[in-house]
Design a protein around this ligand. Structure first.
Ligand code: BGP
Length: 479
């Protein structure tokens, strides 16, 4: 017996343009912020360079060269049984500098060909407009999304691609994991998400809030515009949901967890509800932040609420105890410190594996917004070992995915959550975003390439390939 998912459930796989395509300077493409990050390794963070391309190894420049291999890859996706494929459009393929007057026709043609190939193989494209890459020129020239001009550049870019692909793409998302810049923990996230330039003497948090608000305004304008271009479009946001549990049953810990979650919900609260939440307005007031927004922009937020909530889910986290926060009051809380959760295990990269956390998120978010949900990333990054005969026995990945699908099924069939689909991350091995390494692998399809960039780029199937094929075939897990 199968515990089935809804009919037309979008079983798929997900990637992002700069982590898969390579061909970073082909056919008129401009540099994006993501192209000028070096690889990190052994816990060293990726370095964001001054944009000079020679003399350094940039993992995204070739990636897995999907730009030239997409036909053979889509054949494999079709064999796997995918019903949906999530990728992003590289903004700098379309507008090489971001502020160009006319789009780059060769870039537009690449995505025409890609979407045609997917559709010919019965695979629905699910498209993110900005997945951690913004034209580099918009950073150097304008200081990124802190500058209101970027709202217009983004709207123009979105209008161009939504018009061009209106009969090929139905499912869209605006900014990938927009809430990852929430606490500014990782410079990489701030940099690739909003490409924001911050002077040393500025209040970083205030600048990032302004950039995020500008992105949210841009997103809302695009949602409205997209519905005018094609009323059948389904346009969502894309959030990273990492539930933060209270460290203990102390009421202060419980309250602290609420406050830190608000910091992450700020983004989807605006996307889904169309106004700035009261807790953020209070926080800005308390901090004395002078945020720049007009009545027209507030109206744009209200007019451009999303159709669905797309999100990634990899792990959960736990809050430190109040005592460990050096006696900070809850109201000072936003700069949360996370601690290891003794109830769950972590991956080699310290990501805490928590399938029940996915059911928790599905329930919490559905209750909060009552809009359809779409899990557009979930997966297990691991070191894979390729055997002499080319096989990869990735039972740990199968275990991870199965456990998460089990919880998803409970959320749908027992809790009544409306779930559109599931596109596990890195259905084929690609460059890792966090480390820039190839050998943090997520795929069901192995790609022969190592951390130094050596390899034939040959593709081969891992054990998880046949396993996932059966899941899709049965529309769920067999008991
Ligand atoms: C998300 C991003 C992806 C991605 C994934 C896995 O944060 O949206 O771009 O790569 O996480 O992260 P990593 O590649 O660092 O393992």
């Amino acid at each position: 017996m199968t515990k089935e998912f809804p009919k037309n459930f979008l079983w798929g796989g997900a990637v992002a343009a700069h982590q898969i395509e390579g061909a970073y300077d082909a056919d008129g493409r401009g540099l994006s912020c993501a192209d000028v990050m070096t690889a990190g390794s052994n816990g060293v963070e990726r370095e964001i360079t001054d944009g000079i391309v020679s003399g350094k190894y940039y993992p995204n420049h070739e990636a897995i060269d999907f730009y030239h291999h997409y036909k053979e890859d889509i054949k494999l996706f079709q064999e796997l049984g995918l019903k949906a494929f999530r990728t992003s459009i590289s903004w700098s393929r379309i507008f090489p500098n971001g502020d160009d007057e006319l789009p780059n026709e060769a870039g537009l043609q690449f995505y025409d060909a890609l979407f045609d190939e997917l559709l010919a193989n019965g695979i629905e494209p699910v498209i993110t407009l900005s997945h951690f890459e913004i034209p580099y020129h918009l950073y150097t020239e304008y200081g990124g999304f802190r500058n209101k001009k970027l709202i217009d550049f983004f709207v123009k870019y979105a209008k161009t691609v939504m018009t061009r692909y209106q009969h090929k793409v139905k499912y869209w998302m605006t900014f990938n994991e927009i809430n990852n810049q929430a606490d500014g923990q990782s410079a990489l996230h701030v940099w690739t998400n909003s490409a924001v330039k911050i002077a040393d003497d500025e209040n970083k948090e205030e600048v990032v809030f302004q950039a995020a608000l500008n992105e949210l305004i841009a997103s809302a304008k695009v949602v409205k515009l997209g519905h005018e271009i094609n009323p059948d479009f389904q346009i969502g946001c894309m959030m990273a949901y990492v539930p933060i549990y209270a460290y203990s049953c102390s009421p202060l810990d419980a309250m602290a967890a609420v406050k830190v979650m608000e910091r992450r919900y700020f983004y989807s609260d605006i996307h889904a509800r169309g106004h700035i939440p009261r807790y953020t307005l209070k926080y800005w007031e308390k901090q004395g932040y002078q945020m720049d927004y007009s009545a027209d922009e507030l109206q744009a937020l209200a007019d451009g609420t999303v159709d669905y909530i797309g999100f990634s889910y990899y792990m959960s986290n736990a809050e430190t105890t109040i005592a460990e926060l050096d006696g900070q009051m809850i109201s000072d809380f936003p700069n949360a410190k996370m601690t290891k959760n003794p109830y769950i295990k972590a991956s080699d990269w310290g990501w805490q594996i928590d399938p029940v956390g996915l059911r928790y998120v599905l329930n919490a978010v559905y209750e909060r917004y009552e809009k359809p949900l779409f899990i557009v990333e979930n997966g297990f990054g691991a070191y894979d070992k390729k055997e002499a005969d080319g096989s990869v026995h990735d039972d740990y990945r199968i275990d991870y995915l199965r456990a998460h699908i089990e919880q998803m099924e409970k959320a749908v069939n027992e809790d009544g959550v409306e779930l559109m689909g599931y596109t596990p991350w890195g259905v084929i091995d690609i460059v890792s975003f966090g480390s820039g390494e190839m050998e943090k692998r997520y795929g069901m399809i192995y790609v022969d390439k190592d951390n130094q960039g050596n390899g034939t780029l040959a593709r081969s199937k891992k054990d998880s390939f046949a396993w996932y094929h059966d899941i899709i075939d049965h529309n769920g897990l067999e008991e």
